[in-house]
Design a protein around this ligand. Structure first.
Ligand code: BGC
Length: 748
């Protein structure tokens, strides 16, 4: 059936930024649009509405009746396990475009009916681990490998990178996100976008915007100032749009100051397109089905995966005039222009054979580069070759490689930590290994099976004093792995076993520390989690070395061993602040909801997120933003800053002053003139990771800071402004470890 409503003339199309002058497949866009029925147009602005018929599910924050889990198993659609298919019209050469998650690697089903062939993808380290490497070049290389998997498995658009700010350490999806700082997060997401898109496939930068928690994610109203919105929550997105031109952007589920992100004309049209020049497609997050017509009118071009209700609402909007047809045409033409770039349109014959072996090697290197050495007393690490290790902790034998939800990857294998240690020539105590593996197998058989939303928790195996002393007396040192899982659909909890340690964990750690130290042996702690736990550790004894290994992807054990053995000198630094107590985080009293409200989250901390709060107000932290040790040491010298027409040019020399080869992450913070009120003490404005430096070797680091990055958002004037005055430029090894400062004057 063909449905037609009143159409507007070409003049109106032009004035609305419509498709006049544009083409699709060599044909004028207007001509193509006029050959489409209204029904076809409405179909083009949504996915093929897969998942609608799936059984209800109980996932926090998800509307009932739609199911990600069912997508996993769904056999319809061109690529099994992809998140959605687009609408196709063969006669007009409009192919069905395939959209699939996600940030740590391509997420599709590894098996398909009718073939014994497998379609595994590489599980790369998760977002926070990437950010902890502070290495935009390696992240871009890694993302190019993800792009290759996307291309060769027949997918067009990857639903990544995920760029929301770590506002609070309990956000369940922080592991997918990069940092508390918009510059670091934006640089990572830009590198990731460039890497994936270099393979001729697209990304969907998500979740736009201010999606900083999972609790009630479909319903919360985030209330924040324009300044916080611009300076903290949008700044990273702007960076990616300007530097890397993502093909698509995914709007978020939440409201921002009362208006749903997916229906937000100001966000999606005025700011994103008008101010930043975004030319791609905006899509909704999955089943963000508030009102199809309003979403379309706001510039949310594509409704994913689309539902019958949205379809009907669009038609009703066209009928009652709330959605002018030229706006629908505008959205259709944007989608068609994107489709033209896809492998599906080009008729690319995918091989289903990406180079998984080399991608595994890349995943291993990237994971090792992101690990953060937090403690290393008396040079406990690196370990001497061939040591005998008493390995404690479930995750030593069942290592977490990624989180749950759409960020999970169906990988071919996992190198657990015990296996990685063995591969590196260490010996893992066999008796302990047997105890742990049979304990884990027993617990798993009692637990429910892992689902899309959750991997059922297995409490730490309680240890006895005897077995710990036996293990320590027969081995050279203790390594303990402490782990936490998190994922989409729920936030982490302030409870023992999540943010806090359990009684069993405390008792195990005490026993191990005591046994190790009384036998004159060292104890090393590995943290296998996307974020942090609270160490309210009152005992005098602590671990000799602590290494944060994150959720490091499928090569976890090998990457951990590379760092422990010294094959790779640790060079990661924290992309967030680790507070002493949860209550010290400035968002603590407004997470996940503000007191007395059922839907509002007031961002009362304003721009003082993370180190902007701790550093400015002198609040003591456990580990500061940007902190991380190395096996070697670095000396900074000759810091110089020049004012140019575009901004500031910064240069300094870095020398490896220690005994191991290594790489340093140099951070440049800037303090705005003291005449400007209500500003953070200093803010990250540039960073660089050196190439490997041999002991005694130096290099010169050069960085540019454009004026746009020095600007602050002037709410009264409604624009960005570079304040005149005296700026302080700091070269630092972390926000709390400033090595040199120079001043520079910026005139009006
Ligand atoms: C998530 C997105 C994801 C999409 C498709 C949503 O629930 O929030 O990040 O890309 O599902 O799986």
């Amino acid at each position: 059936m063909e449905i037609r409503f009143l159409t507007f003339g070409a003049a109106c199309l032009m004035s609305c930024g419509g498709p006049a002058g544009e083409t699709y497949d060599g044909r004028p866009m207007e001509e193509l649009l006029s050959s489409l029925t209204l029904e076809q147009k409405v179909n083009i602005v949504m996915g093929t509405r897969r998942g609608e018929a799936n059984p209800p599910e109980e996932a926090p924050g998800m509307p009932a009746r739609h199911s990600h889990a069912a997508i996993e198993e769904i056999s319809q659609g061109r690529i099994k396990g992809a998140a959605a298919d687009g609408y196709s019209i063969d006669s007009l050469h409009i192919p069905s475009v395939i959209y699939a998650d996600g940030p740590a690697g391509l997420r599709i089903s590894p098996r398909r009916d009718g073939t014994t062939r497998t379609f595994y993808c590489t599980a790369f380290p998760t977002g926070t681990s990437l950010a902890a490497s502070w290495d935009v070049h390696s992240v871009e290389r890694m993302a190019a490998a993800i792009g290759e998997e996307v291309l060769e498995y027949g997918v067009d658009i990857l639903l990544a990178p995920a760029l929301n700010i770590h506002r609070n350490p309990l956000c369940g999806r922080n592991f997918e996100y990069y940092s508390e700082d918009p510059l670091l997060a934006g640089e990572m997401a830009a590198a990731y976008t460039k890497g994936v898109q270099s393979r001729g496939v697209g990304v969907s930068l998500k979740h736009f915007a201010v999606n900083n928690q999972e609790t009630l994610r479909n319903g919360i109203d985030v209330q924040l100032s324009e300044r916080a919105l611009r300076e903290i929550y949008l700044r990273g997105f702007e960076r990616v749009v300007r530097k890397a031109s993502p093909w698509t952007i995914m709007s978020s589920y939440n409201k921002i100051n009362g208006v749903l992100a997916s229906e937000n004309t100001r966000l999606l049209s005025d700011i994103l397109r008008g101010e930043w020049g975004f030319e791609g497609v905006v899509m909704t997050d999955w089943w963000a089905e508030e009102n199809g017509a309003r979403q379309q009118a706001a510039g949310n071009d594509l409704l994913m995966p689309g539902t019958q209700r949205q379809y009907d609402e669009i038609l009703e909007g066209l009928r009652n005039g709330s959605l002018p047809e030229e706006l629908l045409d505008r959205n259709v033409s944007r989608i068609l222009k994107m489709i033209e770039k896809t492998p599906s349109f080009r008729g690319y014959a995918c091989t289903n054979a990406p180079d998984l072996r080399s991608h595994g090697a890349l995943s291993r290197r990237q994971a090792a580069d992101g690990m953060v050495l937090l403690e290393n007393r008396d040079a406990t690490l690196p370990l001497a070759p061939g040591l005998r290790i008493a390995l404690f902790g479930n995750a030593g034998y069942d290592t977490f490689v990624g989180g749950t939800g759409s960020g999970n990857v169906n990988r071919q294998y996992t190198v657990h930590i015990d296996e990685g240690l063995g591969n590196a020539g260490f010996t893992v105590d066999r008796q302990l290994a047997e105890r742990y593996t049979s304990y884990i197998a027993r617990q798993k058989s009692r637990n429910e099976a892992a689902t899309f939303w959750a991997i059922p928790e297995i409490g730490e195996m309680p240890l006895t004093e005897e077995e710990v002393s036996r293990a320590l007396s027969g081995n050279d040192l203790a390594i303990v792995v402490l782990s936490r899982m998190a994922g989409e659909g729920g936030d982490r909890q302030l409870r023992a076993g999540d943010y806090y340690l359990t009684a069993t964990e405390r008792s195990n750690l005490s026993l191990i520390l005591h046994a190790a130290h009384s036998a004159g042996k060292r104890a090393v702690l590995l943290l296998n989690m996307g974020g942090i736990v609270e160490f309210d550790w009152s005992e005098p004894d602590f671990f000799d070395a602590v290494l944060h290994v994150w959720l490091p992807g499928q090569e976890a054990g090998n990457a951990v061993s590379d760092v422990l053995s010294g094959a790779c000198t640790p060079s990661g630094k924290l992309p967030f602040t680790w507070a002493v107590r949860y209550e010290d985080y400035p968002s603590a009293s407004n997470f996940p909801l503000s007191a007395g409200t059922d839907r509002a989250v007031r961002y009362e901390e304003d721009i003082y997120v993370g180190y902007r709060h701790f550093d400015t107000r002198g609040v003591r932290v456990l580990y500061p933003f940007g902190y991380g040790l190395s096996y070697t040491e670095f000396a900074y010298s000759d810091l110089g800053v020049e004012r140019t027409d575009e901004g500031l040019d910064v240069h300094l020399a870095v020398r490896n002053a220690g005994r191991y080869p290594g790489r340093e992450v140099v951070q440049i913070y800037v303090s705005t003139p003291s005449t400007v009120e209500d500003r953070p003490k200093k803010e990250l404005k540039a960073f660089a990771k050196t190439d490997p430096l041999a002991p005694g070797e130096s290099c010169v680091v050069r960085l540019s800071i454009p004026d746009s990055d020095l600007a602050i958002y002037d709410e009264d004037a409604g624009r960005w402004r570079v304040c005149a005055g005296r700026y302080l430029v700091h070269a630092a090894a972390s926000v709390s470890d400033v090595r040199a400062t120079v001043q520079v004057d910026i005139a009006q």
